[in-house]
Design a protein around this ligand. Structure first.
Ligand code: ADP
Ligand code: ADP
Length: 226
């Protein structure tokens, strides 16, 4: 599904050049659950941003289902994101003055479809993550765990083929983190491909493969029994 070929990302500001990713080659098959680990500043976010097409590599190619995304226009990439990708963040990123149901419907913003069928999709996504009883509440009325589950519902309501999660359990306690991991594993079992950045070894162990990054280079890619 995903093929990165000799991908590099350099940042240049004034005279200083930083290589955030160096010659990264990586294949992720459809249906995989991949965890990415590494110390702060090693390039994890840069890799996730490139996979999410919100950043572009300075060298190398990114193939998605065989199609070269590095050559695509911004408009084509925006459509690609809306149709195929779901994003989950450490800090939830819900919109404060929209209800939980309205927040989740944002995940369908670029989808056509009647109001009735959109509502059914939102309700199905809410039930899947267990926030159906919070539909008319606002984000600040929910616990952190509930907010993150609502954010997951927003990410999956459009049935993306690839879910990108940037430290999805980083702001949660052990129990809520475990709940989020169970939801992600359930989505993966139902067919979604997941790439998750995490600092938690026990959460990384629950993925099907672990990739370690150090100083912008892949240093290990380990298949795991799950
Ligand atoms: P991580 O997510 O693993 O903490 P990042 O991908 O955020 O690492 O950063 C990798 C490297 O690239 C770091 O040295 C960081 O300082 C640098 N970097 C990231 N974004 C920028 C930017 N916009 N401009 C300049 N340097 C950046
Ligand atoms: P969960 O286990 O689902 O994350 P918690 O046990 O943390 O929920 O919270 C218990 C209940 O308290 C929940 O129903 C939640 O909606 C409510 N709650 C948590 N934080 C707040 C808040 N800041 N304002 C209003 N209600 C809250």
């Amino acid at each position: 599904m995903i093929e990165l070929k000799s991908l590099s990302r350099r940042y240049r500001s004034d005279e200083i050049e930083t290589t955030a990713l160096h010659d990264v080659s990586l294949t992720i098959r459809q249906g995989e659950f991949v965890a990415i680990m590494g110390p702060s500043g090693c390039g994890k976010s840069t890799l996730l941003n490139i996979l999410g097409t919100i950043d572009r590599p300075t060298e190398g190619r990114y193939l998605f289902d065989g199609e070269d995304l590095t050559a695509r226009s911004e408009a084509a990439l925006a459509q690609h994101r809306a149709q195929r990708l779901g994003f989950i963040f450490q800090s939830f990123n819900l919109v404060d003055d929209l209800t939980i149901a309205e927040n989740i419907e944002l995940g369908l913003l670029y989808r056509k479809g009647r109001q009735g069928s959109r509502r059914a999709l939102v309700e199905a996504a809410m039930d899947r993550v267990g926030v159906g009883h919070r539909a008319r509440h606002f984000p600040h009325q929910l616990s952190g765990g509930q907010q993150q589950r609502a954010a997951i519902a927003r990410a999956i309501v459009g049935e993306p083929s690839l879910i990108l999660a940037d430290e999805p359990t980083g702001n949660l306690d052990t129990e809520n983190g475990a709940q989020v991991m169970e939801i992600l594993k359930g989505l993966n079992a139902a067919g979604a491909t997941i790439v998750m950045v995490t600092h938690s070894p026990s959460h990384a162990d629950q993925a099907g493969r672990r990739i370690d990054i150090l100083d912008g280079r892949l240093v290990a890619s380990v298949a795991q029994a799950i």
